[in-house]
Design a protein around this ligand. Sequence first.
Ligand code: AMP
Length: 412
Amino acid sequence: MSFKDLQLNKPILKAIAEAGYDTPTLVQEKTIPFVLDKKDVIVSAQTGTGKTAAFAIPILRLLFDKQDTPIKGKKIKALIVSPTRELAIQIEQHFKTLSTYTNLRTTVVFGGTSIEPQKDILKKGIDILVATPGRLLDLHKQDIINLDYIETLVLDEADLMLDMGFIDAIKKIERLCPDNKQTLLFSATIPYKVEQLANTLLKTPKRIEVAPNSSTSKNITQLLYYVPKRNKIELCLHLLRNTIKGNIIIFRRTKFGVDKLEKTLIKNGYRVDSIHGNKSQSARQEALNNFKKNQINILIATDVAARGIDIKALDAVINFDLPNIPETYVHRIGRTARAGKHGVAYSFCSADEKNYVQSIQRLIQLQLDIIEEHPYPLDPKAKKEVHKSPNKSKYKKGRKSAASKKKKKRWY
Ligand code: AMP
């Protein structure tokens, strides 16, 4: 199929060609006709599949016929809600690229930066708004944003939005839009809670699934290193010195872990930067730009900070800490081996993470290749390392209730 078969028009086709897209990706081929037909859709697709253009292209086509309202009179007609600032910026860039030959105007608003410049742009009149939930509601409360004219609402990365606790915000945003709008829900995975959300928000949606949830590319070599927790940094340095070359992302579970590893790698002369939730928006953006421009070749990240970010030509992913949610492993390693390239995923597993390996392997239906030949092997009988604090009173042990122990801690 070609883009010409998708009932688009010349200005949009020209921008698509200039963006370097020759043929539609699978998710675009399946999604674009339904969106043009004003249907609600629920799409299960991960970053890297071309899903952003799968909603951006038809939204621009639908709005094209209304593009010539004078700027002052412009009302927001399409709203894209995205969980993170980085993703929101990326989506805005897609819209801007694809709308080059139209008069449609897009802007992005997100928290963590000054609200005033965002207000000024909004007051000038725009057609398409990309927003993170908190800042969107804030601006709505201040009467800067009017959602009464929304024709298409996109909820991107719905599973992540729910993980981040945005459920009430999403429901509120949806209620602020007109009843007769079209709603498009995109999610890397469709767990039960996303299904439930879709049931309450979408009207007889068309379902599109481009890849099974657990798919991992055949082009990724997946290696597993059993290693004591305290030796993970040494193993990482050993592999960086001897084995892993090129552009690398290292995932850690906590912000603290990211900072600690970054310091060590910098001390050892590596060109490194990092992204996590405690960093300012501009620092995160700068790190990403430096990585894209090859000024650094190692990026250390927490999962949420890195989610959805489009980074091309990644040679390796290191799972310094294994994720406790197996789908996260699939997201992480899916960042390498894009577009038919080959990539390697290195996973470090300490004694307390062995269970995670089991659930990952169950999900991907594959055994990871265990590398035994390395300088820091883990004793196969090793138990979880317990850090005993000498001052701790024995009476403090077990003070947490069973319910609170069960509660999983967020790390973002
Ligand atoms: P996404 O899944 O939306 O994050 O897109 C992943 C990458 O694929 C982005 O860099 C897009 O610019 C690129 N892309 C999107 N659609 C196409 C296409 N039809 N052909 C080639 N590249 C594309």
